[in-house]
Ligand binder design. Sequence first.
Ligand SMILES: [Fe+2]
Length: 269
Amino acid sequence: MSHDVEQWIADWFAAWTGGWVEAGDEVIRRNLVMKQEHTARVVELVSGLAEAEGLEQGMVRLCRIAAWLHDVGRFPQFFHHRTFADDQSCSHAELSVRECESGPLSWLCPDDASAVRNAVALHSAYAVPGYLTGGPRLVCQLLRDADKLDIWRIVLHHYENGAPPGSLAIGPELAVDGWNPDYVEALLSSRCAVTADKRSITDLRLLQTGWVFDISSTHACRYALREGYIERLLAFLPDNEVMNRVRQHVRGYLKARAGAVPENQGGDD
Ligand SMILES: [Fe+2]
């Protein structure tokens, strides 16, 4: 794969998504510009993770291409439905693949196109299915890791500073009180919670915290630890004994996965 193919795809992304931004009203523009910026950050994050994993340049470029394309479906999704909630509109990951088939995916050789297609289609799935193996599995896992790192950054910015007016990034109205005990059980068993079952704001925060159990790259764990993403999310859980157990379990898990690198020393990623 030539370096040019990634540049063509980056240029296509800018032009194609720019069209949706230009055609929208103020709310659409604000939310879609946020997705353009998210995509550019995921491209850089996945690059860093892929290089830290020691992947060769062709694989690094494949990861970057998958990142450019992973949220393309968000643009028509939000434009037509004014929500990023898949369960209230459509599967944005499937839509991303559909929108890319006749353009960027057709510019890649069949093996590269297949790896990118799978990574994009599965980037927000509950888990990576067992049939995906080898290089394509790695591309998919690193994309999922990079995506989560940036989503943690975004949601924490909203939690800590308040969501910007007109932003619908966090999701629909959720109950202030209570939590789903299945979520607590999932996290205490080192599993992600199931998105469809969330009812309260605490469920949403447990769900976002539980993504840590899906992170595959040690470098991504170190990045999350260094940025304090999980610790800062845990601070938004209610102050009670059940949530303290969750805090203790998640902290221990992340530190073990990250190789107990102190938060302020960082790694080489
Ligand atoms: Fe996505």
